[in-house]
Design a binder for this molecule. Sequence first.
Ligand code: FES
Ligand SMILES: [Fe+2]
Length: 333
Amino acid sequence: MFRSSWQFAFGPESTLTPGQVRPFTLLPDFLDEPLLHTMDTEGDQHILANVCTHRGNLLVRKPGPCRNLVCPYHGRRFALDGLCQTQPGLGEVTGFPGQEDHLKRPVPAQFEAFHFVRLGEGPSFDSWFRPIQEKVSFLPLHTLSHDATCSHTYKVKANWALYGELPEGLHIPFVHPALREALDLTAYPLDIQGQTVLQTGLARENEPAFDLPHGHPDAGNRIYAWYFWLFPNLMLNFYPWGISLNLVQPTGPERTRVQFLTYRFTGQTGGPDSHALHDTELEDESVVETVQSGVRSSFYQPGRMVPGWEEGVVHFHHLLTQHLKLNTSNTSP
Ligand code: FES
Ligand SMILES: [Fe+2]
């Protein structure tokens, strides 16, 4: 399921200059997929498998400037766009290099300076991301820059799918005291499209809200935040001051890594400070960890969902079930 879905690769903080390369691992401790980000001398960026097509050695271990990619095992050489050029001992061989000798690559996609990859067959990026583009295209997205002080990595003692059940507003008054004061919870619009669930947080009187352009679908409302959840493991939240991403990464049956990344629009110093974001995250994690203990109980049976509030969670369960059925039918004899 994770191979056939879109995964966040890196954001604007990882931009290279021509002739630079940077190895990275997609979903460490789970898929452990070794990838390589390069920028060739023309300034074109590439995301490649960081795996030599000869006998599988990892090509690049450290980021830095690089003219060609030369495998440290037997010297097979590749250009920064992944094309195989030569290898000692094979130079005279007919048909070398052929298609199978070039570096493999995941399917890439880009939203402004945010890069995504898909390792296997799966939905198109446009279909996955369209609900977001429709809402946020008026924002100065090209000015987003990484806010390292408001970005953290968390370890959660729970299955990743329990974290994936968070896109509902029902828990806010009970779990998030500060958010409860900022949001007008008399309404909490929920919009489900394809593999995306959108929750819209409405701002209370004195809270900051988006300055929506004329003709925007939400014009006339005071929007505090759009909380997008994209199947299977990305949360992408838009605020008037910037965005935050939650990358929900399984690391074991009851272990999850949550990478919380914050980006601000140029000139936007408002919005919550690092403590406020950190507190909200810890409040969510605390409840997810206690749910992990609860669902393990001999007495737990899934309970009835609340109409108007928990359709996003039900949708998540449906999508998971679809994938599990698909995988079961693919592997059956
Ligand atoms: S594994 Fe790379 S050249 Fe042999
Ligand atoms: Fe929450």
